[in-house]
Design a binder for this molecule. Structure first.
Ligand code: NAD
Length: 450
């Protein structure tokens, strides 16, 4: 099938490359000309394991191309995916201007006699698909373009795998009308055909209304964020009550109704999805006249959690961290991605700098993205290093923020020699065994571990 994808970010590029790999002919469109030019040369603008190879292979097989020419891409495509960003606004609501821009462009460039589906893959509040369908009609009253909702559940760091092996495919259609039934059936059959790739044959396919589909995505992310804020809150209680959150979470997770996933206490969640999606769902509720207290608290608990580790550092040094060298290991919001959006590391580093600390920071992938998030003044207090060893040599404290695999095997014995003035490890993700750290001659400070 001929498919166009709007937006070549994490979702759009992965969707485009994976659909091309399933045999479709895909054209990816972006308004960012630099991005399109560099992808054409095989340079992927972010780190995502497996993606560069997939893009390169499918370009070579002439199933995947990139352009800024929206008109031609729309004209040639039977199905169009809308994968543009929906960033959070100041008030917590989702900014839908890019989604509507694409919708309008599709309406303008689709001749009235042509049937096409425009699939909203971006995460959007309930009512968006309906507004998009209305916008199509207003722009071109005789248009046959049908809007579908098909939220994406991939996670950065495992995006290619998640896209090709999803737990479910959710498709929302217009169920508020008895008119245009034939077009709606045609739209459903077309999207089923897109996903009828070999690897997707036995994947549950949930067909529902636009609004239900839109809320499924928000509710899924909000639930995972709730689990994280919940375990972080219990960790803070465990700290005071002299208990160990690792054992608590392990035992809780053995209950199949709870499951062990997303029960790791830490420095708070970040990224481009959980924070904005929790706020957007709460904001949508507010617009409907409902106060979503739980969601608001999940967000507030997470904001407060970002202060827990820097406060522990300040406490340990009795607020005297001026000119102290503190090493930060890991900057991206989670391992296996270069994404720095709402990464807890940014807040933690800024707070330590405000209190006079000098930072040595290392991340295997995210340093270049991280540099843009600090002011000139702040950058004067940060040294980004080329390796973990450079970061941990001659330091006075080590704070683990992002649990990249390479940090799991820190050699504490060598650390003692390379950093003789370092007497403490702050473990923001509870990845180390306190006994081993203490045995090597360091103090150990984790999250919710006494
Ligand atoms: P992103 O910011 O990485 O990429 C968005 C892209 O859209 C940018 O390249 C931008 O230039 C492009 N764009 C903006 N307006 C355009 C237009 N009019 N025409 C063509 N391109 C345009 O965003 P992302 O992380 O890929 O997220 C996209 C959507 O998917 C969001 O709604 C997000 O919530 C959702 N989502 C993201 C993830 C994730 O892990 N990143 C997972 C699931 C769902």
């Amino acid at each position: 099938m001929k498919i166009a994808i709007f937006g070549t970010g994490y979702v759009g590029l992965v969707t485009g490359a994976c659909l091309a790999n399933l045999g479709h002919h895909v054209t990816c469109v972006d308004i960012d000309e630099n991005k399109i030019n560099s992808i054409k040369q095989g340079i992927i603008p972010f780190y995502e394991p497996g993606l560069p190879k997939l893009v390169k292979n499918n370009i070579q097989k002439k199933r995947l191309q990139f352009t800024t020419d929206a008109k031609t891409a729309i004209n040639e495509a039977q199905a169009i995916f809308n994968c543009v960003g929906t960033p959070g606004k100041e008030d917590g609501s989702a900014n839908l201007e890019y989604v509507f821009q694409v919708t309008k462009t599709v309406a303008v460039h689709t001749p009235s006699d042509q049937f096409k589906i425009l699939i909203n893959k971006s995460t959007v509040p309930p009512g968006t698909a309906k507004s998009c369908q209305k916008l199509i009609k207003e722009t071109n009253p005789s248009s046959q373009v049908q809007i579908l909702s098909n939220p994406e559940f991939l996670k950065e760091g495992a995006a290619v795998h998640d896209f090709t092996h999803p737990d479910r495919i959710v498709v929302g259609t217009n169920q508020t009308t008895t008119k245009n039934n034939e077009l709606i059936e045609k739209a459903k059959s077309l999207i089923r055909k897109i996903y009828l790739g070999r690897s997707r044959l036995y994947i549950p396919f949930i067909e529902t209304s636009w609004e239900t589909s839109e809320i499924i995505k928000y509710a899924s992310n909000a639930f995972l964020a709730t689990k994280i804020s919940f375990i972080n809150e219990v960790a803070n209680i465990a700290d005071i009550a002299n208990a160990d959150i690792k054992v608590i979470a392990q035992a809780m997770g053995m209950d199949y109704r709870i499951s062990s996933k997303f029960l790791g206490a830490g420095v708070g969640y970040g990224g481009s999805c959980f924070p904005k999606d929790v706020r957007a769902l709460a904001n949508t509720a507010k617009q409907f006249g409902y106060t979503a207290n739980l969601l608001t608290q999940v967000d507030l608990t997470n904001k407060a959690q970002k202060d827990v580790l820097p406060n522990k550092i300040l406490n340990y040094f009795q607020n005297k961290i001026e000119n102290k060298t503190i090493t930060v290991l890991g900057l991206s919001f989670k391992p296996k991605t270069s994404d720095m959006r709402e990464a807890p590391s940014t807040h933690i580093i800024k707070k330590l700098i405000q209190n006079g600390a000098k930072i040595k920071a290392y991340d295997p992938i995210a340093i270049e993205e991280a540099k843009h998030l600090f002011t000139e003044n702040e950058l004067q207090s940060i040294t980004f290093t080329q390796s973990q060893k450079d970061a941990t040599t001659n330091t006075e404290a080590i704070a683990l923020i992002t649990e990249w695999d390479e940090f799991r095997t820190l050699d504490f014995e060598s650390l003692k020699i390379e950093a003789p003035n370092c007497h403490v490890i702050f473990d923001g993700r509870n990845i180390y065994e306190p006994d081993q750290v203490i045995e090597a001659g360091f103090d150990y400070v984790g999250i919710g571990r006494q």
